[in-house]
Design a protein around this ligand. Structure first.
Ligand code: AMP
Length: 281
């Protein structure tokens, strides 16, 4: 596996074997098994796999965790090499945003709700960096996790709106044995907070059972989910929503595209999770 740091070198690498397909997996590093599953899946879909590792300053708010976001390049290199990755592309921030970058990519409407409401500007940062990565790497396929439901919807829409011939693949959420969705931010949790975090997956399973038993009213289900989450005083709800998986609009009556999307704070750590309610995950 090669480590490439310069965007120009990355671009040339992508161009040097014209017949071979490339799958891109954009990440911020601090790899866990969830990232590795995306990488292995990318290898099944294409001839060559590029994993980008870039803690993108543009997508962090002023009071967010940019400075303390976990970074460990040596460990990440080792893990990616074990997952049949061809290139780890790890540019420095000043190489990605040379000088003062004035251009932003913004996807309207889809970015106003859910995480976009509590993290203003976050998805402009995500869309801008992914657009740059698409241009630098020129992949045929890009793999994203369904854990970041809104990110996936935004990237799908951006790709269609800007006419990139890139297939966007959503990979199912990868969980710890006890159900907690894997995340680079889980290391922020104390043992007690990690226990509280299990409530997210537990309430998702419970909601799916409620739907199986006949609940089809989104407002009622949201109220029930909120009540259950708030049983634990360590949990502060950011949002509990039920939306269409791709359009992210509220679905008052549940249907096969309805997703329960959750964001909570446990201490100072913000966790997200989601699940389709009727369809199989
Ligand atoms: P991150 O490094 O957190 O920006 O994540 C990079 C990619 O991995 C994104 O597409 C995430 O949605 C995906 N990802 C992170 N955690 C998980 C998980 N537990 N299951 C599936 N995909 C994930």
């Amino acid at each position: 596996m090669d480590l490439i740091e310069s965007p120009a070198a990355m671009h040339s690498w992508g161009q040097d074997k014209p017949g071979q397909t490339i799958a891109l997996v954009p990440t911020m590093g601090a790899f866990h098994e969830g990232h590795l599953c995306l990488m292995r899946h990318a290898a099944e879909l294409s001839d060559r796999v590029v994993v980008s590792l870039f803690v993108n300053p543009l997508q962090f708010g002023p009071r967010e965790d940019l400075a303390r976001y976990p970074r460990n390049l040596a460990r990440d290199l080792e893990m990616a090499a074990g997952a049949r990755v061809d290139v780890l592309f790890a540019p420095k921030a000043d190489a990605m945003y040379a000088g003062e970058s004035l251009t932003r990519v913004r996807v309207d409407e889809l970015t106003d709700t859910l995480c976009g409401a509590s993290r203003p500007g976050h998805f402009d940062g995500v869309a801008t960096v992914v657009a740059k990565l698409f241009n630098i790497v020129a992949p045929q396929v890009a793999v994203f996790g369904r854990k970041d439901l809104q990110q996936l919807a935004v990237i799908r829409r951006m790709t269609a709106d800007l006419n990139w011939a890139i297939e966007i693949v959503g990979h199912p959420i990868v969980r710890e044995a006890d159900g907690l969705a894997m995340s680079s931010r889980n290391i922020y949790l104390s043992p007690a907070e990690r226990g509280s975090a299990l409530a997210l997956h537990r309430v998702i399973l419970w909601a799916r059972e409620r739907v199986k038993a006949g609940q089809s009213d989104a407002a009622a289900l949201i109220a029930e989910v909120r009540t259950r989450l708030l049983h634990d005083p360590a949990i502060r709800i950011d949002y509990v929503s039920i939306v269409h998986e791709r359009h992210l609009v509220y679905t008052p009556t549940l249907n096969r595209d309805s997703v329960l999307a959750l964001a909570v704070f446990i201490g100072s750590t913000r966790l997200i999770d989601n699940s389709l309610l009727m369809a199989e995950e």
